[in-house]
Design a protein around this ligand. Structure first.
Ligand SMILES: [Cu+2]
Length: 157
């Protein structure tokens, strides 16, 4: 067991170096706007929405997101089939070169649970978006109430 651990260490270190070097990759070309969270009552998971714009010449692929405020953040897609709305896990969301991808109610969203400490309406919550090449992008999301349908006030600014 000790030998196995010793062998694994150099690999782990190489992985960390790679992740650091790749920081200015896909994320560097992605601009975020309309970033907001819809807070639901009680222990219901919150949904996070954002518009992603890729200014680069290559597609960027969103893989996942994380937050220090939420223990769980998942990339989901809602859809409606025959009047029944469903939600599925999504492995990645491609933002085309010089194009946009939208996370919005009824479609792609980040589903977040296990908030600690609890998140209140009006709070700014930082989410880190993780891209396929290992690069990451921090974005502040504004928290809105359950009856909100879009980013609200952030439209007019
Ligand atoms: Cu969901």
């Amino acid at each position: 067991m000790i030998i196995g651990t010793a062998r694994a260490l150099p690999l782990l270190a190489a992985g960390l170096l790679l992740a650091t070097a790749a920081h200015a990759g896909e994320a560097e070309h992605v601009r975020t706007s309309q970033a907001w969270i819809r807070l639901l009552p009680g222990d219901l998971p919150a949904g996070a929405y954002v518009t992603l714009e890729n200014t680069g010449d290559q597609p960027a692929t969103l893989r996942s997101a994380s937050s220090t405020r939420y223990g769980s953040v998942m990339l989901h897609k809602s859809s409606s089939e025959g009047g029944v709305s469903r939600m599925a896990m999504v492995d990645n969301l491609v933002i085309p070169a010089h194009g946009k991808a939208e996370l919005a109610p009824g479609g792609y969203h980040l589903m977040m649970s296990k908030a600690n400490p609890p998140v209140q309406v009006g709070d700014a919550v930082k989410l880190t978006l993780h891209f396929a090449d290992g690069s990451a992008l921090d974005t502040d999301f504004v928290t809105r109430p359950a009856n909100a349908t879009d980013a609200g006030d952030t439209h007019s600014h």
